[in-house]
Design a binder for this molecule. Structure first.
Ligand code: SIN
Ligand code: FE
Length: 309
């Protein structure tokens, strides 16, 4: 029986924050460490402000699935909303709700995960309005297959992908499967995904990537680690034996439950659920409190070579 990889946080609550402020530094660091080692941190209720009328507005619209966009996304750096078409009053309201959502989640994360505060790159937020069960996406886009996350357009160079999810469904749980041991999965499935080959990429081709980056080619600044993680994401979804047999734990996140997880290290799949909202933060290697658990370090250990320099 695998360990249940979820810890319920009870010493930090909205709106006051830390229940015992004297210990906040030590507690924040301990939680970062737990996250980095593959635990999911779970709040039974919202740990940040999210007014009822804003949540209600998001879940009560008729959302049309668009071919180009898997979810509705918000890019805080450019203040751009993607994936909503039609009525400009609705688009404007969604945009403003997501903008405020991002700023409130950042306020929360600055306190709760203070060792990372302002060292992170604020990545996209997304609202996920479609029922995930039997969604019928193309294989590599399917979220109901176990995978670790990697983004083609945002290589992390060894930095980690932290995601903060809330289930906005007023009555139904969001159900996930998770498999926590990144090292075991990498040992079992990493060679199939080309770990050896990518680790052996020559210094010459690394220099070529550097030039392509200066010339502005998309994704050209990927390190061997980034290339491997993209391939690993696809390869795990393609691997029928892994999907069928790898031990997993099913977790149910109830309405308004909020959970934090490093999705580059914890393999996950969404089994069912509708209406989740999520903010992604990229945590650079220098900000990690337990870098030995970072996927790039584990993969370097297996490959016996540096993957990010
Ligand atoms: C994911 O697979 O990264 C997202 C899962 C979800 O939407 O719950
Ligand atoms: Fe994912």
């Amino acid at each position: 029986m695998p360990n249940i990889p979820w810890i319920v946080v009870e010493d930090f609550k909205s709106p006051g924050g830390w229940v015992s402020p004297a210990q906040r530094e030590a507690h924040a660091r301990a939680y970062c460490k737990l996250l980095e080692s593959g635990q999911i941190l779970f709040f039974r209720d919202l740990p940040y402000v999210f007014p009822h009328e804003e949540r209600e507005f998001l879940v009560s619209q008729e959302w049309a699935e668009l071919r180009l966009h898997k979810n509705i996304s918000y890019r805080p750096k450019e203040d751009v909303l993607r994936g909503v078409t039609g009525d400009s009053a609705v688009t404007g309201r969604v945009h403003s709700i997501l903008r405020t959502y991002t700023s409130r989640v950042l306020d929360f994360a600055e306190k709760f995960l203070s060792p990372y505060a302002r060292k992170w790159i604020v990545d996209y937020a997304s609202f996920r309005p479609f029922e995930e069960e039997r969604r019928g996406l193309p294989l590599h886009k399917r979220n109901d297959l176990l995978h670790v996350d990697a983004f083609p357009s945002r290589p992390t160079h060894g930095g980690r992908i932290l995601r903060i999810f809330t289930n906005l469904n007023p009555s139904k749980a969001r159900v996930w499967n998770v498999a926590v041991d990144f090292e075991q999965i990498a040992l079992h499935c990493g060679q199939d995904a080309g770990l050896g080959r990518m680790a052996e990429e020559s210094p010459f081709s690394r220099t070529m990537h550097g030039w392509a980056e200066k010339l502005g080619f998309r994704g050209a600044n990927r390190t061997p680690y980034d290339m491997f993680m993209l391939r690993f994401h696809d390869s795990l979804k393609e691997n029928a034996e892994f999907q069928k047999n790898w031990p997993r734990t099913q977790m149910e996140f109830p309405p308004l439950g909020t959970w934090l997880v490093f999705t580059d290290g914890v393999a996950h799949a969404v089994v069912s659920g509708q209406y989740a909202i999520e903010q992604t933060l990229l945590i650079p290697p220098e900000a990690l409190v337990a870098p030995q658990h970072a996927p790039y370090r584990i993969l370097e250990g297996i490959a016996g070579r540096p993957l990010v320099s």
